[in-house]
Design a protein around this ligand. Structure first.
Ligand code: NDP
Ligand code: 13P
Length: 341
């Protein structure tokens, strides 16, 4: 099966996924907002700012015009930062309405919207008619663009309320190094993908401070406990957090030098200022915005998320990291498997 697909977002993940789809035999248009990047991809088959050593398939066509990018496509893959999701969705929806096209919408974005705390599926639900939004497929799991670029074996989750749409997406992406599993738990898959970024900032902080492997394993495991606690309260299937979009993504993001969230935390642990770290990253660090949304959601749902709350205070209230670690260690003793509030 060969399909026509629009990939929206010419950053690191969008570029690698466009390349993978083109190599799978699909017709791919990669839309971005930078004329310079589009020219570089079309003329030199590189995107050096985002992926310095990567050669993009010459079959990927980079575009700047959204209307022509969307013409005749069977699927649209959003791969832009959470902060741009609603802005771009508002540009896409009227173009589809004008032509009556009904492509499958896919999102590989991981985050929660600032102020509303909405998941990506809820933003899509606000901006697109129900018949399109209901088939949305969420694409999530342990997958650094840098590793997929070198065809490292990678497994992900594709979640949809409409499992037939998830299976269609599974089929167009799978190849000998890329394996996808379907899931119908949108809440669990989306929350796992968003909230792990906050814990990954914490893992980076611990590394930057010189803590060892025991500490990092404790953070990851107790981080998963609090992600699960909020997720269960918000209607997720607890088992989803044991899957690729849960523990899988939490492990990769909390242990890899490729992770922007981990690198942000590492720099903070070494004493750098958040504003400087973000200015120097040159790429999105989703966990910073998500930490605020997680803090607000935890309060709203009366769920204890002590690690995420500490990271929130470090990021937004200039709290001292060592004081926060001490506070976490001095909490009263708990039962391990307590997923109640
Ligand atoms: N990188 C990875 O390994 C993975 C990333 N993800 C998720 O994918 C999403 C995108 O991440 P990633 O590709 O890494 O991000 P990058 O920071 O590498 O790139 C972001 C891209 O989005 C573009 N963009 C930003 N705002 C707009 C807008 N309003 N209109 C059009 N394009 C816009 C940027 O354009 P410009 O260059 O002009 O600023 C840039 O091309 C994030 O939610 C991330 O968590 C998920 C799994 C893996
Ligand atoms: O989600 C990711 C890997 O699965 C990418 O993580 P970072 O955004 O921290 O680089």
């Amino acid at each position: 099966m060969s399909v026509k697909i629009a990939v929206l977002g010419a950053g690191s993940w969008g570029t690698v996924l466009a390349d993978l789809l083109a190599n799978n035999g699909h017709e791919v248009r990669l839309w971005g907002n930078s004329a310079e990047t589009a020219a570089e991809i079309n003329d030199h088959h590189t995107n050096k700012h985002y992926l310095p050593d990567f050669k993009v398939s010459p079959k990927v066509v980079a575009t700047l015009d959204l209307k022509s990018t969307l013409a005749g496509v069977q699927a649209i893959l959003f791969v832009i930062p959470t902060a741009a999701m609603r802005i771009v969705a508002k540009q896409v929806a009227p173009i589809l309405a004008e032509t009556g096209a009904k492509p499958i919408i896919i999102s590989a974005t991981k985050g929660l919207e600032q102020n509303t705390h909405k998941r990506i599926s809820q933003i899509i639900g606000d901006e697109f008619p129900a018949e399109l939004a209901e088939g949305l497929v969420i694409f999530s799991g342990p997958s650094h663009a840098e590793d997929v670029a070198t065809h490292d074996i990678t497994s992900l989750t594709v979640a949809s309320q409409n499992i037939g749409d998830a299976e269609w997406v599974q089929a167009i992406f799978m190849n000998d190094y890329f394996r996808l599993y379907t899931n119908d738990d949108m809440v669990g898959v989306e929350l796992g993908g968003a909230l792990k970024n906050v814990i990954a900032i914490g893992a980076g902080i611990l590394h930057g401070l010189g803590y060892g492997d025991n500490t990092k394993a404790a953070l990851i495991t107790r981080g998963l406990a609090e992600i699960s606690r909020l997720g269960i309260e918000m209607g997720a299937n607890p088992l989803t957090f044991m899957g690729l979009s849960g523990i899988g993504d939490l492990i990769v993001t909390s242990t890899s030098v490729h992770s922007r969230n981990w690198r942000c935390g590492n720099a903070l642990g070494q004493g750098q200022k958040l504003d400087d770290v973000l200015a120097n990253m040159g790429q999105v660090v989703e966990g910073v915005g998500t930490a605020k949304a997680a803090h607000e959601l935890a309060q709203q749902h009366h769920v204890e998320m002590p690690i995420s709350e500490s990271i929130y205070r470090v990021l937004y209230e200039n709290a001292n990291v060592q004081d926060e670690i001490n506070k976490l260690m001095q909490r009263r003793g708990r039962r391990e498997m307590d997923f109640q509030r």
